[in-house]
Design a protein around this ligand. Structure first.
Ligand code: 3PY
Ligand code: ZN
Length: 637
């Protein structure tokens, strides 16, 4: 193509080409190939090289990354039998009986969901997960489950990573067919921040199961059983999976002054969830407030109250939570949530590797190949470096969490949110205000989305220099954040003990709140009609056939989906681009390999980046599979 361009160029034809002809004539490199997958990826790289990835702030120039090593495994061997195979053989009820009869402590590995949600603002890409997925499932098939989906991953996958969450799930499922996959489902709020129609939740559960989810951890951000019940039923009736219902833990059951979230409150909640049909009970300690001695009491009481396996989840924000696990294990908890060393600790889960060591030579020990398990920890430690712009900045455990009660998954987002609003240096105030807002709102269970309401209000008050007294005394003049108004309208359901009435009046300014289930006043989705309309709108120019899963993504996050879809059309499947290049572009003369599919690898080398021309356009020259290519990009800096 290049030679054709040279030969046909008028200057060359007229015999006027000098030694600088090629160098001064970029159009010679303009080769009109169809916009194939390679071109799309090259276009994306050129864009990031010139303008950066808009999601990445505060780049450290000349940062050098380590090369994460993938622990060895036999790619020819079949996967060893694991928990997924057992669920298939036994069905959920028998499987849960087997689990309760187990002496060994079992582990859920959260590395691919909550760990990076809580440490790296959920930015972990499928590319890095897929590097180790097969190796992990073959080396450590004895884990109880892998938490790989749900929570904030669904939104962030599309919003910032331009990935399809469904494709992520399918790819991981293929690489890890032997172990249970777990997701976090926000009950009536699915994987979003508001209530959705019941039939949307039903379809979402069904499709999640079909695409690979086995264990559904269902919670409600106000611990409202009524809001969890439909999801429990959908899992029971529409899937062969496990309905794990969660009690979200807040406060301190050992505090004699605690009158609301007492031990009796939690045991009653567990009983109600068992009656609602849960196969398992999770203690969801989203902020890491369950102290060791409280764990002894709570786990023992739950074991006495329900005949279901107990699964404990915590965040190590205070650095105390390995002790909580020890006490919970002694009290008979069946499964604990842990993250591989390199992505553990602080706002993430306690350290998997260390907890296995803690239990060695003890009656409830569970044997793992520690050399291998540590290699996986190292893989994540090295990989984590690539995500440095998304680190929360927390350097050490903080006992402050027992005062502010900010969930681990929210902490890593709240600071960047504060920085973006120009109050980064007032983060201490934000944390204190978070606690004050919680008291003002009547002491809530704070977990997505109720935690977002409290966070939004705290940020709003700090930004506007408001005190809680201001809110109570002159709240009529204040326009509160949308999420706060919606919360007091009852859009997220009813909190334990009801809303503080006086404040509710101030915030709603005479609007009448709902008292029934928010989903009950939402129009059901007309799946036949709306899916057809969706296909009409999005199928044109898209390379594969639109599926119900795409429609679900769109229905849950319309605007986010539209943008991700446009990007997909423009740039193709970006999960193939190595993370370093996805976030930071390429260095001059760097050469990278991208596997577009098995057996189809493209080799891309960056040759040069031109200076902006009169219209601000820069020409980026590459060598792609040995051929010269150039891409013109408008420099928006
Ligand atoms: C989520 O809902 O994303 C959470 O992780 C809550 O803890
Ligand atoms: Zn969590």
């Amino acid at each position: 193509h290049f030679l054709q361009n040279v030969i046909q160029h008028p200057t060359f034809k007229d015999g006027k080409a000098t030694v600088n002809f090629i160098q001064n004539t970029p159009s010679l490199f303009k080769i009109d190939l169809p916009q194939d997958r390679t071109s799309k990826v090259v276009n994306f790289l050129a864009e990031v090289i010139v303008n950066g990835n808009s999601d990445v702030k505060n780049i450290e120039e000349n940062k050098v990354f380590r090369n994460p090593k993938i622990p060895k495994f036999d790619s020819e061997a079949t996967h060893p039998k694991g928990s997924k195979d057992m669920l298939t053989e036994m069905g959920p009820e028998k499987f849960c009986q087997w689990l309760m009869a187990e002496k060994k402590i079992h582990f859920t590995d959260t590395t691919m969901r909550d760990a990076h949600q809580s440490l790296l603002a959920t930015r972990m890409r499928t590319f890095d997960m897929m590097k180790v997925a097969e190796s992990y499932a073959k080396n450590h098939p004895q884990i109880f489950s892998m938490e790989v989906w749900g929570g904030a991953t669904f939104d962030v996958c599309m919003r910032f990573l331009y990935e399809s969450p469904w494709t992520r799930l399918r790819q991981l499922r293929q690489a890890m067919p032997n172990v249970l996959f777990q997701m976090l489902l926000r009950g009536s709020n699915a994987v979003g921040y508001k209530a959705y129609p019941d039939n949307l939740i039903e379809k979402f559960v069904e499709k999640s199961w079909e695409n690979g989810v086995d264990v559904f951890r269902i919670f409600d951000s106000l611990n409202w059983v009524k809001a969890m019940e439909p999801s429990i039923n959908y899992v029971r009736n529409k899937t062969g999976g496990i309905a794990e219902a969660a009690l979200s833990y807040t406060g301190d059951i050992l505090d004699v002054k605690e009158t609301k979230y007492t031990l009796a409150y939690y045991t009653q909640l567990a009983k109600d969830l068992e009656n609602a049909g849960a196969h398992m009970i999770a203690i969801k300690d989203m902020a890491g407030l369950l102290k060791p001695y409280a764990a002894t009491e709570l786990v023992a009481a739950l074991k006495d109250t329900v005949k279901l396996p107990i699964h404990l989840h915590t965040h190590d924000t205070s650095s105390l939570q390995s002790a909580t696990y020890l006490k919970a294990i002694e009290a008979g908890v069946d499964v604990v949530d842990v993250a591989l060393g390199g992505l553990s600790g602080l706002t993430s889960q306690p350290n998997f590797n260390a907890i296995v060591e803690m239990m060695k030579n003890q009656p409830r020990a569970h044997d793992f190949d520690m050399v291998k398990l540590n290699e996986f920890s190292n893989f994540w430690e090295d990989t984590r470096e690539l995500y440095y712009p998304f680190e929360s900045g927390l350097k050490a455990g903080t006992a402050e969490v027992f005062q502010h009660e900010i969930p681990g998954g929210q902490y890593s987002n709240l600071r960047p949110q504060a920085i973006a609003l120009g109050i980064g240096d007032r983060f201490d105030e934000v944390k204190r205000m978070y606690a004050a807002v919680n008291t003002l709102f009547g002491n809530l269970i704070k977990v997505t989305p109720s935690s977002k309401v409290v966070g939004d209000m705290a940020i709003f008050m700090v930004t506007n220099n408001l005190t809680t007294d201001d809110v109570m005394q002159r709240g009529e003049e204040i326009s509160f954040p949308e999420s706060v108004i919606s919360f007091f309208m009852g859009d997220l359901g009813q909190p334990t003990g009801g809303f503080p009435k006086k404040l509710q009046k101030i915030i709603l300014k005479n609007r009448k709140p709902f008292t029934n289930r928010p989903n009950a006043h939402l129009e059901p989705i007309d799946f036949d009609g709306e899916f057809e309309a969706f296909k009409k709108k999005f199928q044109k120019g898209f390379t594969r056939t639109m599926e119900m899963e795409d429609f679900l993504s769109y229905t849950l996050y319309p605007k986010v989906y539209e943008k991700a879809h446009e990007n997909y059309k423009k740039y193709g499947n970006l999960t193939l681009v190595p993370t370093e290049n996805f976030f930071y572009g390429m260095k001059l003369r760097e050469e990278i390999l991208i596997d577009l599919e098995p057996g189809k690898t493209v080799i891309i080398k960056l040759l040069s980046v031109g200076i902006p021309n009169d219209t601000g356009v820069r020409t980026v020259f590459f060598k792609v599979n040995g051929e010269n290519r150039f891409v013109e990009v408008l420099d928006t800096s």
